[in-house]
Design a protein around this ligand. Sequence first.
Ligand SMILES: C[S@@+](CC[C@H](N)C(=O)[O-])C[C@H]1O[C@@H](n2cnc3c(N)ncnc32)[C@H](O)[C@@H]1O
Length: 443
Amino acid sequence: MADSDAYANLVLPPLLRRRGISGRDAAFATELAYGTLRLRGRYDAVLALATERPVTSIDAPLLDVLRLGVHQVLGMRVPPHAAVSETVALARSTVGAGPAQMVNAVLRRVATDPLDTWLARIQEAAGADTIEQLAVRESHPAWVVRALRQALVADGRPVDDVAALLAADNAAPAVTLVARPGLVSQDALLDDSPGARAGRWTPTAVVVQGGDPGALPAVRDARAGVQDEGSQLVALALLAAPVDGPDARWLDLAAGPGGKAALLGAAAAQRGAHLVATELQPHRARLVERSVAALPEGVVEVRCADGRDVGRAEPGAYDRVLLDAPCTGLGALRRRPEARWRRSPADLPTLTRLQAELLSSALDAVRPGGVVAYVTCSPHVAETRTVVADVLRRRTDVTQLDAREVVRSVAGDAIDLGEGLAAQLWPHVHGTDAMHLALLRRT
Ligand SMILES: C[S@@+](CC[C@H](N)C(=O)[O-])C[C@H]1O[C@@H](n2cnc3c(N)ncnc32)[C@H](O)[C@@H]1O
């Protein structure tokens, strides 16, 4: 999984199901796989010290086995002798008897000292640069640490918050459900999920304890869905933003797989509005269809189309527009264990160009007095504040609203938001993905 192009959260659950692995065994296998992927950077630094050679010189399959072993020894509560013997057996069956001996020696060495001792050692080996130290300790690429630190500062938060943010990225998030308004109530979802609690910020979120949310009837028939509470909050904020004049034609410009479209669609059904959801990728457009399946016929129209063309094709046609733009996803690293190792700064120019083009189209598609929500599940300044500032500089027909005020009107005044007109959520502050929201009104 570390080397293939598959996403762990898509590959692992069906794999476990096919092998008949469930309950505690499935939970163990999931923690082993996700934890190893997440903490790969930390464990590679440990392995470089324990093997006294660079990990790049270790064959990929053997390195994966070693990482799995180190995670059991340092990251899970597996007794060291069991972790070592299981991993050696795995090495013997996958990479051969010779490498298995090496695995045995290396893991015994790793098991000699506790995690804190290894963390101190790898930090020291990283040199004097505090970013590099944080990068190995909290297992993030250094460029991601730099970008997150810059985003925290841009939000007016203490630079030292970055350590807590990186640690929050390394903790598996609780599964959060959305009760789609008018289809199922938050109370009904709470009643159906033993041990669940209501979300902190929205009247739609329910945080569940383990189990398979897909087994809940409300999730199976799309009255509810799995959705981070930050995603729910930004969609509800678009719905709470004041528009002047009519309020019946809504657009979701980049809708796949459809979590926010389903929430907006449910609200549209209640308010007598109509939602057009465009998505470029046909298979993701089909996922949008599925996510809105429980809504009354005709409320949501899914179109497989390029969102960049909508502003030109339908100028001023909409009252509310959501642009949840394709982005690096650096705000959702907790939920995508391997994502941090896949992205590179080289992805940014293509993404930010696309984000700017989509935002221009969204602003053309909204009528004067209407509102566009520009949303990313990344706090990266280049994808958020810079994209919005560039568009505002080029146009004279757009003003930025105070998104924090609107978010407070949904989440309550106690929510701790940073500086500036945008609302930036953070895993370590809000317990959500690091969603960014800017609200723009056509004048
Ligand atoms: C961040 S995701 C949207 C997530 C969605 N709002 C949700 O809550 O489920 C961005 C989506 O934009 C789509 N996309 C990328 N380029 C696009 C374009 N030019 N026009 C429309 N959709 C596009 C991607 O395929 C992806 O599904």
